[in-house]
Design a protein around this ligand. Sequence first.
Ligand code: B12
Length: 209
Amino acid sequence: MSEQISALEKAIIEIEPDNAETIAKELVEANVNPKELVTAISRALVVVGKKFQDEEYYLPELVMAGEISKSILAIADPILKSAESGPKISIVVGTVQGDLHDLGKNIFVTFASSAGFNVVDLGNDVPTDTFIEAVKNENARVLGLSCLLTATDKELSKVIEALKKENLRDKVMVIIGGAAITEELVKEIGGDAFAPDAITGLEQIKEWL
Ligand code: B12
């Protein structure tokens, strides 16, 4: 079993979707420990993320690794569901209102889910009220906002102001990513961290919690 786990990690790292799916199916049939499976995906994604940061891998590999992980998680869904135990830390994520870009946010969602977080993905073009409702309902510890258009960056301040108004600002850490975002902007509008990429974002969240 541990050899197969290593083979699965290698297939993700080397971006081999067919191979990864075959191994994942075998592991599920062999009743793999779900925690071991998720940890393996996570470890592989960390390696892929490092390769991306070191410019050994580029965007297509990052996207593909995310897709492969998603399909493995889908294959493993039955055993993952049966293994869910105890309260999980919730992260609410979405792309701000007016912005339809969601590829980067989706990569982050895959990475964070693979790391074992309960990720509530609100999709794209998300109005402020929807973010606020979800933070409340999910008792979220982290709110992840994605924004790729300079035309929609005012939406970020709207969300942060609404969190303050609802007395939620102290309860939730706000991390923001996307092509329109800079560290300075995040500071200026009162966010907690800028995520230049999904892996760095996830590392920051793990540091917080
Ligand atoms: C693909 C794309 C599109 C696709 C989006 C498809 C989709 N489903 O997402 C389509 C064709 C729909 C599109 C439309 C438009 N686009 Co466009 N698009 C892009 C493009 C080429 C790539 C974006 C992308 O997916 N990158 C890949 C992902 C993986 O990277 P990423 O989003 O940055 O995400 C990473 C990090 O930022 C971070 N991250 C992102 N979000 C989050 C969130 C959290 C919580 C965390 C932790 C991390 C994180 O992690 C990710 C992975 O590491 C960019 C160019 C660019 N350089 O970004 C333009 C770009 C963003 N688009 C642009 C524009 C102008 C538009 C349009 C207005 C064009 C038009 N005239 O219609 C429309 C707007 C539509 C709308 N209302 O949203 C401009 C924005 C300019 C600006 N400063 O405002 C850009 C920069 C192109 C340019 N140079 O002009 N676009």
